[in-house]
Ligand binder design. Structure first.
Ligand SMILES: [Zn+2]
Length: 590
């Protein structure tokens, strides 16, 4: 932009105008290009994905591609012909963009039906882009349904939504769906660097990295933060300036606190909290930074060794229980202090007995019993973007909760003989102890400080799946030797490591070995099933006979721990639950 033009937000100025300008989303773009080239673009399309990842940009580019009079190679719109320009400038009446969340949008959707039958005035095809489409009212959907069932040839509907689960099923089934994913830090960094270069500005690479990480996968947020930095800083953008602007703690403070957590060094940790508060840093933001740092260390461990450092993993688990929205005496400061103190409260460090599977429950963290394997809420948008309230279009579990779902109440005791394959329907807390909380979710602030409560022993299930005697022996052998089986498998294929670390042998019946995966991570099980030959080969070699492997999703908390590093296994399962999204993005696995 030249001087004198009114300031236009960076993300508008840098909005992708062609398929080739889209960052990431290779699969979606390839499919769209192909559909345009072969004339097979559906009349009703849904772009779904987190906020700020380019859904409406894709819809506009597709609208251009459908109307471009001079398309480039690979079905890319030219962005220069009158059709492309009128769509880019928003001057054509044939492309109508409606924000379904606004009042005007609701009226516009209602009025749409009358307009649909009329052919386009200027372009080849009329395109209705409905943003925030999950907000469309029931009446408006009913009005649209007929048009979606029998659309005129010259009309395209493009819906964009962060919440496709809010669509009526009858609508959803008629849409061709494209899942737009969060962008990676390098993808965001790359674009931010291009913007800086084009503006002739310089930035400390660490500053750019901090912005990219804060944006939590949303390019629009990253661009907005950069925009703010560019206008508030005259010279080179330094990492400290970014931290100041965003109220972030220094990296060494975060690292020091993480170390203190892992080591149970409460005195150091409390001192760091004092320093933070003296500098007026927001503890909620700090909590997110610490969680971020713990997660990085866990993932680095998983990638390099296939196992998590138990101290780090236990620290992550303790932070997972923190409710950052709690105010008053039991507020965030106290919860952080308790997280520092807890290793010395002994519950987490009780060594597992070597052979006997019965032991105290490692921690009162319970996987959500009915949670669908769902990637989207696993990594909500960073809650501390520019002091804006938690975005309403993102299912953030709690403001400032970051990646960590609110901790749930303690399960009083495991059903002693719950069938392993039906954990979702198994009552989580039998009414044996009327004092124990049984509701699956507590309102924020009402959850007990769970780690102060006495751990309740979990009754072991014993061999699962009605194993016969021989099967029982095999199961015992497999459980005892599981670490070496895991090593063999990962030696043959490193990409399987996240999978195999998440699962456990839970039953042997004849030659059928059942592997259990955390039930809230159905996708791991699905991926594992595609890798079954390797698993069967390695497990078979270990047991000395051929086996078939069956993968089930189950509640691993209800199972006896593995004899070897039982607590680590639980912690790891927990880490996988918390950090599911990152693991899902390990590219070799899928
Ligand atoms: Zn064009």
């Amino acid at each position: 932009m030249t001087a004198g033009t009114p300031h236009q937000a960076l993300y508008r100025r840098w909005r992708a105008q062609t398929f080739s300008e889209i960052v990431g989303q290779e699969a979606v773009v390839a499919t769209l290009r192909n559909a345009v080239a072969t004339g097979q673009v559906s009349h009703a399309i849904l772009f779904t994905g987190p906020r700020g990842t380019g859904k409406t940009s894709l819809a506009r580019i597709l609208a251009k591609a459908l109307n471009c009079t001079n398309p480039g190679p690979n079905a890319d719109p030219c962005d220069a012909c009158p059709s492309c320009v009128s769509i880019r400038e928003g001057t054509t009446l044939d492309v109508l963009e409606i924000d379904a969340a606004s009042n005007r949008g609701i009226d516009a959707v209602r009025d749409l039906r009358e307009r649909i039958p009329y052919p386009p005035g200027e372009l080849r095809r009329k395109v209705y882009i409905l943003d925030e489409a999950h907000q469309i009212t029931k009446d408006a959907w009913n009005a649209l349904l007929k048009s979606l069932e029998e659309p005129p040839d010259f009309v395209s509907f493009m819906f964009a939504s962060t919440h496709p689960q809010g669509f009526p099923p009858a609508i959803l089934s008629r849409l061709q769906r494209f899942d737009v994913r969060r962008l990676t830090v390098p993808e965001i960094t790359g674009k931010l660097e291009r913007i800086l270069a084009a503006d002739g500005r310089e930035a400390d690479p660490e500053a750019v990295a901090v912005v990219a990480r804060l944006a939590a996968g949303g390019m629009r947020d990253a661009e907005s933060i950069l925009d703010q930095l560019l206008s508030s800083t005259a010279g080179r953008i330094e990492a400290d300036a970014v931290r100041d602007l965003l109220g972030l703690a220094d990296a060494d403070l975060v690292g020091g606190f993480t170390d203190a957590l892992a080591a149970g060094d409460a005195a150091t940790g409390v001192g760091l909290l004092d320093r933070l508060e003296e500098r007026g840093r927001d503890l909620r933001v700090f909590l997110d930074q610490v969680v971020d740092s713990l997660r990085e260390r866990l993932l680095a461990d998983l990638a390099s060794r296939g196992a998590a450092d138990p101290g780090i993993a236990a620290a992550a688990r303790r932070l997972a229980g923190i409710d950052p929205t709690r105010l008053g005496p039991g507020g965030l400061r106290l919860q952080l202090e308790l997280a520092l103190l807890e290793p010395s409260l002994a519950y987490a460090t009780t060594p597992a007995p070597v052979a006997a599977p019965a032991r105290p429950a490692p921690a009162p963290v319970t996987p959500e019993p009915h949670r669908e394997p769902q990637r989207e809420p696993a990594r909500p948008v960073s809650p501390y973007e520019f002091g804006r309230p938690a975005p309403s279009d993102e299912p953030a579990p709690s403001d400032g909760g970051g990646q960590l779902p609110a901790r749930e109440p303690i399960r009083a005791e495991a059903p002693p003989d719950a069938p392993v394959e039906t954990p979702a329907t198994t009552p989580m807390a039998p009414p044996a102890d009327p004092v124990a909380p049984v509701a699956p979710v507590d309102p924020p602030g009402a959850a007990p400080l769970p780690d102060l409560v006495e751990p309740v022993p979990v009754a072991p299930l014993g061999p699962v799946g009605a194993a016969d005697a021989a099967g029982g022996d095999d199961l015992e052998r497999l459980r005892h030797g599981w670490t070496s089986v895991v090593t063999t498998i990962t030696e043959r294929n490193r990409a399987v490591k996240p999978l195999i670390t998440a699962c456990r042998p839970i039953g042997v019946e004849g030659n059928v070995v059942t592997l259990g995966f955390p039930e809230e991570q159905g996708f791991l099980k699905d991926v594992a099933e595609r890798r079954r030959p390797l698993l069967e080969e390695c497990i078979g070699e270990y047991l000395g006979h051929e086996v078939a492997v069956r993968c089930v999703a189950t509640n691993l908390d209800l199972l006896p721990p593995l004899p070897a590093d039982a607590d680590a296994a639980h912690i790891l399962a927990e880490a996988h639950r918390i950090f599911a999204e990152d693991l899902a993005e390990v590219p070799e696995v899928t």
